[in-house]
Design a protein around this ligand. Structure first.
Ligand SMILES: *[C@@H]1O[C@H](CO)[C@@H](O)[C@H](O)[C@H]1NC(C)=O
Ligand SMILES: *[C@@H]1O[C@H](CO)[C@@H](O)[C@H](O)[C@H]1NC(C)=O
Ligand SMILES: *[C@@H]1O[C@H](CO)[C@@H](O)[C@H](O)[C@H]1NC(C)=O
Ligand SMILES: *[C@@H]1O[C@H](CO)[C@@H](O)[C@H](O)[C@H]1NC(C)=O
Ligand SMILES: *[C@@H]1O[C@H](CO)[C@@H](O)[C@H](O)[C@H]1NC(C)=O
Ligand SMILES: *[C@@H]1O[C@H](CO)[C@@H](O)[C@H](O)[C@H]1NC(C)=O
Ligand SMILES: *[C@@H]1O[C@H](CO)[C@@H](O)[C@H](O)[C@H]1NC(C)=O
Length: 400
């Protein structure tokens, strides 16, 4: 039926083309042109006369839309209730969500977070921020140390995100920099891909703030070993991201590779590294958007393969190696081969120990040109009882 109709139309058009072609007789066509011109002028006059009617017609339409209780189409304002209104194209909540609570699914969140502006300049004064992303089970026992670290620092230069197990409520006074900084979370099982999911969730929530430029993953047992200005300068001034990525020939490295990952991931691509990464905004958006390699790891990297130790190091090595410093800025003690790194308790926290993390005489490369004795900005793992001696040392040794 539809087929026939369109063919009919086509025939009609061909007929019309045929007629115009055949009317080559100039006198007939001149007459036609004149009559068309007359009809056109008459049409314009009629149109001008009736335009006042059209105007009043639109005014009536507008009257009806204005009657709609919740929506004003002139300036796009949603009236939520009698005392609360929000401009639905407001720049403020677009560039930085006010409320970290939201009902987005991971799929929706990752999609939103992966949106990258095409325009390079920002229509506001953008101060690059460091996003401190805490991946925790429950409470933050070293929180007083972090409070001291952030105390008095420019709020425009950092933001804090906490991903705890669902149901856990971080209880801090409203004066705390951690107040209302918890993001919607899902259950995390250490050693599984759900850990990578939580990392991506932290990255995605932090990406929603367009001022966040550097993204550092931390845990409840992490401490800062330098003060805020030093950490901020080091990270924002770096041309590389800090994701440890190396080839470990042992069974703890290459031994975890599965041939089923071929051809996308070959043994030569396989890398290992610390879970505690630091990414710039460019790479953070790529990681949140990436699904191909994530799916391969989800399927084929199961204990004793740990996605959190191989996914990012391998993915970055394969595609973005030149952007990576290949080292971590979070110190951890692996001197004893064990499933978990060395844990530092109160007795281990001495001035000499903290100074050796800050500078142990080793040179690390920074921005290719130079080297620095500052290799680590953070350290782990510290037990809750280490808090008191750490607070004791913070101003003298860590300078905060
Ligand atoms: C939008 O229109 C409403 C109602 O006319 C007005 O109250 C509000 O101030 C306007 N907002 C802006 C941003 O112009
Ligand atoms: C934050 O958003 C959630 C859900 O969207 C809402 O329930 C909560 O009241 C909001 N909090 C504030 C302080 O606006
Ligand atoms: C913070 O909490 C205190 C007491 O809990 C309360 O008096 C104060 O109004 C709160 N301030 C804000 C800004 O919510
Ligand atoms: C990090 O490793 C990649 C190879 O994955 C290499 O291309 C890059 O130059 C290394 N980065 C630095 C700073 O040496
Ligand atoms: C912490 O100190 C104790 C006692 O001196 C020591 O046995 C332990 O090895 C130290 N831990 C680490 C990770 O260095
Ligand atoms: C300093 O730290 C690096 C990296 O952890 C390590 O390889 C090196 O042995 C340390 N040097 C000393 C003198 O402790
Ligand atoms: C704090 O440090 C001082 C000297 O640096 C020391 O005498 C004191 O015992 C320390 N206190 C604690 C609780 O570690």
């Amino acid at each position: 039926m539809a087929m026939q109709k369109s063919r009919g139309e086509k025939d009609d058009v061909e007929n019309r083309l045929a007629t115009t072609a055949s009317v080559k007789d100039s006198s007939v066509s001149l007459l036609r042109v004149i009559s068309v011109l007359i009809i056109f002028v008459v049409g314009v006059v009629i149109g001008l006369v009736s335009s006042s009617h059209i105007d009043s017609y639109f005014r009536i339409q507008q009257f009806y839309t204005n009657r709609a209780p919740a929506f004003d189409d002139r300036n796009c304002t949603i009236v939520i209730n009698t005392c609360e209104t929000e401009d639905c194209l407001s720049m403020k909540s677009f560039i930085r969500p006010k409320n970290l609570t939201h009902g987005l699914s991971d799929e929706e969140l990752f999609w939103r977070a992966s949106l990258v502006p095409k325009k390079e300049e920002f229509p506001f004064n953008r101060v690059p921020k460091v996003a401190f992303m805490f991946l925790t089970r429950g409470p933050l026992p070293l929180l007083p140390l972090w409070e001291r670290f952030f105390k008095g620092e420019d709020e425009k230069k950092y933001s804090i995100y906490v991903h705890a197990q669902p149901g856990f409520q971080l209880n801090v006074p409203n004066s705390s920099v951690f107040y209302r900084r918890q993001i919607p979370s899902r259950r995390v099982e250490w050693g599984t891909v759900s850990l990578v999911d939580a990392e991506k969730r932290l990255l995605a929530n932090a990406l929603l703030d367009f001022s966040n430029e550097r993204f550092v993953l931390l845990s409840e047992s992490c401490i800062p070993v330098y003060n805020f200005p030093a950490v901020y300068g080091y990270l924002t001034g770096s041309m590389h991201s800090f994701v440890q990525s190396y080839d470990d020939p042992s069974r703890y490295g290459r031994g975890r590779y599965s041939r089923r990952m071929q051809p996308d991931i070959r043994l030569a691509d396989w890398r290992k590294g610390s879970q505690w990464f630091e990414l710039n905004r460019y790479l953070a958006a790529i990681v949140v958007a990436e699904t191909k390699y994530y799916s391969i790891f989800k399927k084929h990297c199961r204990p004793s393969c740990y996605p959190d130790e191989h996914y990012l190091p391998t993915f970055l090595h394969k595609f973005y190696g030149a952007m990576n410093a290949n080292r971590t800025v979070t110190y951890v003690d692996w001197s004893v081969i064990a499933p978990h790194p060395g844990t530092f308790t109160a007795v281990n926290v001495t001035e000499g120990f903290i100074r050796s993390i800050r500078n142990n005489g080793t040179a690390c490369s920074y921005n290719l040109k130079s080297t620095t004795t500052v290799c680590y900005l953070f350290a782990r793992k510290f037990t809750p009882d280490a808090l008191e001696p750490l607070l004791n040392l913070s101003s003298e040794v860590m300078r905060y």
